[in-house]
Write a protein that binds this ligand. Structure first.
Ligand code: AMP
Length: 642
């Protein structure tokens, strides 16, 4: 397969990727890294900004690039290595076996009437069938919407109503720390709650939890998979236009309604293939281990599509990093000769608390580097893991919206040294600017704090729009800087004199718990739907292990109910249970503290920022707009004893 050459001079490589006179040629060259049914003649169509159409006249299929294309050269090489320390199973699928499984699942989906443009919701644990499901969808040109297995019924239902899937694919249960977490009851409840009713539900039965089936709607994968019309099925790839959507992935914003990030097909394939080469320096035949979950963007890009497009084996891991012991990941590195590892700072902080001997126990000589993303990587954590592994530790900063890193070190182009605390430099294709929030002007001096923004067009791989809502796409991302149509990341940043960026936290009410992005509005909506709660404010508070945790400050409907410590504890437990069952444990606040009133402006706007500052023992800043100046006193007292 033709591979674009790496020139070895990153500054020049970067310039070529964004300069108007070289951008077309640069990206058409990158496009050669994938297999096209019809090769594109044009790279970017940007006649209708901020909507960018990449490789618009090209035709391809993502599944073909991830699976079929490798059959000629590496049919018997491992493609998916599914390891579960929850069920003590390890299953290896070669590219040939993956090809068969994906065709079986595609044939089953076809039998339910799924075809090009139809949506399929995937609500699954980290098992190989989840990857089969994703690949089967894109094989047919169907649009998958994977919902993280940690989400519960209300989150699921709102995503079902937004994406309107024809079919849902799920399983009886996930498992965490040896405890089965039944998915089917949550799914049944979501299907009750949702207005939209999918025609069919396909279920993988792992034998972990009872799973009553609804006749006519629910179907077992294990039964269908072996029926001759499916087991022997040959399902050709449907050729798609490059701009046809491949998937929707919901992410939290500042409103209660999650945004469906819509990804194209061709731009995404090119971005991933190119990143596998220029960011990860990955080679076909090597093994990639991304410890994320398919429910997150990192899982889409670097558990499933990226490594497979590159002809690498990918590890799908279900389990904790510390079970059966803290050596489990390193034992996998040794066993499968893992060359590339990708995780999150929280996981490293968890491992840092364990016996360091585990890191010495295994042969880690196959490992080239460790990439970390999803949340700020603090220096002590980076230094510790760097010392322990003796390989480059590479921070990378991105968002669900972009699909691949915005900031990192592109060591596949030119070797650069990590500066701990910084995710690195702008990645090629991303025309990154720091913007003065008030004036909308780009900052030109080093070390000035501004909003991290990107000039359009965004590079291939980034969101095309918000599913079903072009207006929201423009209003949310491209209209927040005064007088400018520029994409806002809603992160603060600074850049040093050498071009290294540092991320200084969000400009909005989105919080980041252990690398998982959560909207405080969603959590507030769930809490205030409890009968006992009159009002609530949720803020993110700094946490040593998870980066941030959610903390709720609530006003009870009946003050008597929370007049005693017992009453408070009981209502707090009820509220947490409600969040668990509606949104999932991932969104559960660390504490729910009861106050008589919340800090608000005179116009009634919640002063979340002031609450957060007080909760982090910082100065809350200018409070002249606050309606009742005493509102923070009780919060301070509570926190002193909490
Ligand atoms: P998500 O869309 O869930 O991937 O969350 C994206 C957000 O996570 C970004 O806007 C940042 O606030 C944060 N984030 C992701 N990666 C990093 C990183 N390497 N360093 C600092 N913050 C990060």
């Amino acid at each position: 397969m033709p591979q674009p050459t790496s020139p070895g001079d990153y500054a020049d490589f970067y310039r070529q990727s964004i300069a108007p006179d070289t951008r077309e040629a640069f990206w058409l060259e990158q496009a050669r890294a994938i297999d096209w049914h019809q090769a594109p003649q044009q790279a970017c169509d940007y006649h209708n900004p901020p909507f960018a159409r990449w490789f618009a006249d090209g035709q391809l299929n993502l599944c073909h690039n991830a699976v079929d294309r490798h059959l000629a050269q590496r049919a018997d090489q491992p493609a998916i290595i599914a390891v579960s320390t929850e069920t003590n199973t390890e299953r290896v699928y070669t590219f040939a076996q993956l090809h068969e499984e994906v065709q079986r699942m595609a044939a089953v989906l076809q039998s339910f009437g799924v075809g090009k443009g139809d949506r399929v919701q995937i609500y699954m644990p980290m098992i190989a069938e989840a990857a089969f499901a994703m690949l089967a969808c894109v094989r047919l040109g169907a649009i998958h919407s994977v919902v993280f297995g940690g989400f519960a019924s209300v989150s699921l239902a709102s995503r079902i109503d937004d994406a309107q899937p024809k079919v849902v694919i799920s399983a009886d249960a996930g498992s965490r720390g040896g405890k089965a977490i039944a998915y089917k009851p949550l799914l049944d409840e979501a299907l009750q709650l949702a207005k939209h009713k999918p025609a069919a539900v396909l279920l993988v039965d792992r034998g972990l939890a009872p799973m009553p089936l609804q006749a006519g709607r629910d179907h077992l994968w294990s039964t269908l998979r072996t029926q001759p019309q499916f087991s022997e099925a040959k399902v050709p790839c449907t050729w798609l236009n490059s701009s046809d959507p491949s998937y929707i992935l919901y992410t939290s914003g500042t409103t209660g309604k999650p945004k469906g990030v819509q990804r194209d097909t061709g731009g995404y394939a090119v971005a991933l293939a190119s990143s596998m080469q220029h960011i990860f320096a990955g080679q076909a035949g090597q093994t990639f281990f991304c410890t994320s979950d398919i429910g997150w963007v990192v899982g889409h890009s670097y558990i499933v599509y990226g490594p497979l497009i590159a002809g690498m084996a990918t590890i799908m891991y279900e389990g904790l990093p510390t079970r059966p012991d803290a050596g489990i990941w390193w034992s996998l590195v040794e066993k499968y000769r893992i060359s590339h590892m990708f995780s999150a700072p929280t996981a490293v902080r968890v491992l840092k608390k364990q016996d360091p001997a585990y890191l010495k126990k295994y042969d880690l000589s196959s490992l080239q580097a460790l990439w970390l993303a999803g949340e700020p990587l603090d220096q002590p954590t980076a230094q510790w893991i760097s010392g322990a592994l003796q390989v480059p530790i590479i921070d990378n900063y991105w968002q669900t919206e972009t699909g691949w890193p915005i900031l990192t070190l592109c060591n596949g182009v030119e070797q650069q040294t990590s500066r701990f605390g910084s995710p690195g430099k702008a990645v090629y294709g991303f025309n990154v600017k720091l913007i003065d929030e008030a004036t909308g002007q780009a900052l030109t001096e080093p070390n000035q704090k501004g909003v991290l923004a990107m000039e359009g067009p965004l590079p291939p791989g980034c969101l095309q729009t918000v599913w079903g809502d072009d207006e929201r796409f423009v209003n949310t991302y491209w209209s927040s800087i005064p007088g400018r149509q520029i994409y806002s990341t809603f992160d603060w940043g600074i850049q040093d004199a050498d071009g290294y960026y540092f991320i200084l936290g969000r400009t909005d009410d989105v919080i980041n718990v252990a690398g998982h992005r959560l909207g405080t509005r969603e959590i507030e909506e769930s809490i205030s739907s409890h009968n006992g709660i009159a009002e609530v404010a949720v803020v993110g508070v700094a946490d040593k292990l998870k980066g941030q945790v959610a903390m709720a400050f609530a006003v009870a409907r009946d003050a008597n109910q929370v007049a005693t410590a017992e009453g408070q504890a009981a209502l707090e437990a009820e509220v947490m249970k409600q969040v668990d069952s509606q949104l999932g444990a991932v969104a559960r606040p660390a504490r729910v503290l009861f106050v008589n009133l919340l800090p608000k402006t005179r116009s009634g706007k919640l002063l979340r920022r002031a609450l957060q500052a007080v909760a982090e023992q910082r100065d809350p800043g200018d409070l002249t707009t606050m309606e009742d100046p005493t509102a923070l006193n009780q919060v301070k007292e509570l926190l002193a004893t909490a």
